[in-house]
Design a protein around this ligand. Sequence first.
Ligand code: MF3
Ligand code: CO
Ligand code: CO
Length: 277
Amino acid sequence: MEQASPLRERAAALIHMLRAEGKRTPSLAMIKSEREIAGIREAGRVNSLVLDAVAAMIGEGVSTAEIDNVVMRETKRLGGKPTCLGFQGFPRAVCTSVNEVICHGIPDERVILRKGDIVNVDCTTTYGGYVGDASRMFIIGQADAAARRLVRVTEECLALALAGLGPMMPLGDIGYRIARHAHENGYTVVREIGGHGVGLSMHEEPFVSHVTAKEGQGMLLLPGMVFTIEPMVNEGSRFFTCDKRDGWTVRTADGRRSAQVEHMLLITEGGYEILSR
Ligand code: MF3
Ligand code: CO
Ligand code: CO
């Protein structure tokens, strides 16, 4: 039997009303219950503790395989499971994406972090049956001004997406704000890979675009939705290749650098809550 959930009951009434007005809404399946939200919040907290452990050890001379070992060890110590390990055959516990790697980089003992590298560590944890997903950028030692600007603008893109985030905001406004800021700074944004609903499994509906041409597009956000925002911002071309040999590593088509940061958000009655800190 499903638990009674006042939050989901309110959402069902709202969805009904908004649809009668011709508005686009999430499906009721995208609305989490109070109990699910409590579990997802815990998973997000544990996932952030794993990223904290990475932050404490990452640096010049560290291999991405060592990052993977720390994620594996810390996740187990906290009572969780690395969601990525074995996901569609992914061979490691975490994604480590260095410089021109956009996302889904596979940790490798031969990839040693060097001064000036920029690296995204994208960590996903299953804890108590729920899923937390977040990623951070790390700059290794002194990087050139262009690398630091790319990382800063990417973080600003995420912050701008959060400003004003809340119920009744159109989902497309997230991508509108991100793309506008990235483009104003001379960068491009990856289109085909985006954010996603999350919590009961790693990838749920809806798809969250980081590139939307106009304001006011897409479904209206409602309380109880949980999803990620994870813009991938490129120095050059927005196009990419997927490594034929390993089947995972996504690289920029022109070899220039890419940065990404990811938060997991809950839409609340009054705005939003970041579930990834
Ligand atoms: N954490 C990634 C995301 O933000 C997905 C990881 S793909 C995997 O959606 F294969 F590594 F699991
Ligand atoms: Co992620
Ligand atoms: Co994600």
